[in-house]
Ligand binder design. Structure first.
Ligand SMILES: Cc1cc2nc3c(=O)[nH]c(=O)nc-3n(C[C@H](O)[C@H](O)[C@H](O)COP(=O)(O)OP(=O)(O)OC[C@H]3O[C@@H](n4cnc5c(N)ncnc54)[C@H](O)[C@@H]3O)c2cc1C
Length: 333
């Protein structure tokens, strides 16, 4: 890794000030825990002369219950750390997929600094991109930084770097929304719509916008879980990650939501699963679910693990989680 280049550090005290500074310095970047941004700056992947440190913005670190769309909801500030999320009593009991995903990120020291906002806005990753500047120069760079072509799909005109954050799929499966603050004010959108299927421009975030908070509905009787496949048992990004949220109506599926990470340029909400609602969980239903999953993901050679492995492992992981949650939901009923 190279040396960190010189930068100016700004420390706003409010979200509104952070947005104003971002408008004033167009080449600036927000920094939260810095656990992704700083290594990327040292690798020459991100160049910026001004960093806007969100660490002093107290409102971003708040967590509270509130009523949203007439539902009991947990509102989590973007500055809440992953260690706090993973240990929070409401999150652990009512949103286990979120606690498990937060706990699956990097290692304990990273999670004490790393924030929810930074994880959701995480840069996309690829074996041709997350390398030192010398390595990338030796391989003629790639389209995402300094080059012209996508190394994993040379004939394509887009970049296929993969979104590999752990927390987004859990929150998408749980039906979360994001609150974004920009110069025009606050707007909300479903978290799934916050992402774009393009490795270079993967966020529907305006240039001056700040991710302020996430709201997650607390749905009674819904169970959820997150698991990932990785090379090592810790400090490793997902080769594939799957989050499932499920509700049982007796012996029938009441609700089934699945989202994946590491297998496309955005965290993928798996479409089409509504057709399984009202059916019992049997092999035929699991086969339909597998079809929807395979259609919904697009792993490319962005990691050392092969595409066929990730294409097979993702539905296998999902099936395992769904079966486990199905039993768990009956025991809780
Ligand atoms: C060794 C190592 C292993 C890792 N393993 C994993 C892993 O297994 N899973 C995983 O998901 N991640 C992993 N990471 C990446 C990173 O640690 C986490 O994703 C972390 O949650 C990022 O949060 P942060 O607060 O540190 O973000 P930062 O590094 O501060 O920021 C990341 C990006 O988000 C933007 N940003 C931050 N907050 C906001 C906001 N409120 N609004 C708008 N933009 C914002 C920043 O400008 C930057 O572009 C790993 C990192 C390392 C170094």
């Amino acid at each position: 890794m190279g040396a960190l280049s010189e930068f100016r550090l700004m420390r706003p005290a409010s979200a509104a000030d952070a947005v104003r500074l971002r408008g004033e310095f167009p080449a600036s970047r927000f920094i939260a825990g810095g656990t992704d941004l700083l290594p990327n700056m040292r690798r020459g992947l991100v160049g910026t002369e001004v960093l806007i440190d969100l660490g002093g913005v107290g409102e971003l670190a708040e967590m509270r219950h509130e009523l949203c769309h007439n539902r009991d909801t947990l509102r989590i500030g973007a500055g809440v750390t992953l260690a706090t999320l993973a240990a929070d009593a409401t999150v652990v009991s009512s949103l286990p997929a979120l606690a498990q995903a937060a706990l699956a990120v990097a290692g304990p020291t990273h999670r004490r600094a790393a924030t929810l906002g930074g994880n959701l806005c995480l840069d996309t990753r690829c074996q041709y991109y997350n390398q030192s500047e010398d390595w990338r120069r030796g391989n003629d760079f790639c389209m995402k930084r300094s080059g012209n072509i996508c190394r994993v799909a040379p004939k394509s005109n887009r970049c296929y770097a993969a979104f590999s954050g752990d927390v987004a799929p859990a929150l998408i499966a749980l039906g979360a929304e994001v609150e974004l603050l920009g110069p025009q004010g606050l707007r909300r959108l479903p978290l799934a719509d916050f992402y774009v299927d393009n490795g270079m421009n993967w966020l529907a975030l305006g240039p001056d916008e700040l991710l302020v908070a996430v709201t997650v509905p607390l749905v009674p009787a819904r169970v959820s879980a997150y698991e990932k496949i990785r090379v090592r048992g810790a400090i490793d990004f997902p080769l594939a990650g799957v989050a499932v949220a499920l509700r049982r109506d007796g012996d029938l599926i009441g609700e089934l939501r699945i989202a994946c990470t590491g297998v496309s340029s955005r965290p993928e909400f798996i479409a089409g699963l509504d057709e399984l609602v009202g059916k019992p969980l049997d092999d035929a239903v699991l086969a339909v679910m597998e079809r929807h999953l395979k259609r919904g993901i697009q792993p490319m050679e962005t990691t050392l693990a092969s595409v066929p492995y990730r294409r097979r492992a993702t539905p296998a992981l999902a099936k395992r989680l769904v079966r486990r949650l199905w039993d768990e939901a009956r025991q809780g009923a």
